[in-house]
Design a protein around this ligand. Structure first.
Ligand SMILES: [Ca+2]
Length: 358
């Protein structure tokens, strides 16, 4: 119910009500602390219309507005019925206004409204690394709109380069890896787009989500990232998608976004009467890491439609049995991927956070 209301509010772009007279900013700062919502509202509009940009950017106006947003957000998110449409318009304008200030104290409010997209995800994207943990935590929400908002915010961070430090990049890879297997198609599709962006493939148009089957006929899809072999991947046809329509030269698989080693092989792998295509990718070139739980494929049809698909994997041959097991430098790759602890114990906390986002 609250979500639906927020959505409606997100579309409201009403003009700010005009405030007569030259009420001082000082008086407005007192008003926005009132117990009366109408007085707080009046104080906000006075500030919004009369305060200069430099006044808004500095205290006490800045802190006053941040505290006001936190207060109103609490009311908005906890009351069963917010005080009518006037409050909704006011909250929406306050939210947009204060989000633009870029104060880190607003991050929890932005995160709690992440499902509304737009203003919230753009602002969180601008904050980048400082908002990343909060954003990732929303990937464990039962609400797909919240998870989708989280993926959008992460995608914004990638595009803006605001979370490009190594620890943040590792968290993002892990979070998107999990989200690329989401049960909700839009979340899944957007997470794959995010992964593709991370790995150097910018997808401009909205892609179509297709079904792929990594190692068809096997379960789980065990992959040893250090293998010198190949990984077979089937692209499955449906009644509305013919896998044979894919332009073979455009097919890219995994973090390495590597092309197929073979000529396209047509076969009905799942025996549903529809011909599928089977491709083979060099395991090493796919750059699948020990920490990965899924992998993805990007391609374009001969008609120009970008298609994306993902499937779960289970990496093997990654676990260190003992300190002397690997003396050839592979350990570095392993620890970099953070792939240890899949079976419990010894994880660093950052990795735990990322996995908790599932
Ligand atoms: Ca088939």
């Amino acid at each position: 119910m609250r979500f639906a209301l927020l959505l409606i509010i997100a579309f409201v772009t009403g003009a700010q009500s005009s405030v007569a007279g030259a009420q001082s900013i000082d008086a407005a700062l007192v008003q926005i602390q009132s117990a009366d919502a109408n007085i707080r509202m009046e104080g906000f509009y006075t500030i919004a219309e009369n305060a200069s940009a430099s006044q808004v950017a500095s205290d006490p106006v800045r802190s006053g507005l941040v505290n006001l947003l936190i207060l109103e957000n609490g009311i908005f998110r906890t009351s069963a019925e917010p005080d009518g449409p006037a409050f909704g318009d006011y909250f929406s304008e306050l939210f947009t206004f204060v989000a633009s200030i870029g104060d880190t104290r607003t991050i929890p409010v932005l995160v709690s409204n992440i499902d509304t997209g737009g203003t919230a995800t753009d602002a969180l994207g601008s904050f980048g690394a400082s908002a990343l943990d909060g954003v990732i935590s929303q990937l464990s929400s039962p609400d797909p709109s919240v998870r989708n908002g989280s993926v959008h915010a992460i995608q914004t961070m990638i595009l803006k380069g605001t979370a490009a430090d190594a620890p943040s990049a590792a968290k993002i890879r892990s979070a998107l890896d999990s989200a690329s297997l989401d049960s909700y198609p839009n979340v899944r599709r957007n997470a794959i787009v995010g992964l593709a962006t991370v790995f150097g493939q910018r997808i401009e148009s909205t892609p179509q989500l297709i079904n792929i089957d990594i190692k068809p006929g096997e379960s789980p899809n065990a992959i040893n990232p250090r293998s010198n072999g190949v990984i077979p991947v089937a692209v499955l046809s449906t009644k509305t998608f013919d896998a044979r329509s894919i332009d073979p030269t455009t097919i890219k698989f995994g973090p390495g976004q590597t092309g197929p080693r073979n000529r396209v092989h047509v076969e009905d792998v799942n025996r549903d009467g529809l011909p599928d295509i089977v491709l083979q990718f060099a395991t090493r070139a796919s750059q699948i890491a020990c920490s990965d739980t899924g992998s993805f494929l990007v391609a374009t049809t001969t008609a120009g439609q970008v298609v994306v698909g993902s499937d779960s994997i289970r990496t093997v041959g990654c676990k260190r049995r003992g300190a002397h097991m690997d003396g050839d430098g592979d350990d570095e790759k392993e620890s970099q991927g953070g792939g240890k602890g899949e079976r419990g114990g010894g994880d660093d906390s950052g990795r735990e956070d990322a996995r908790g986002a599932r």
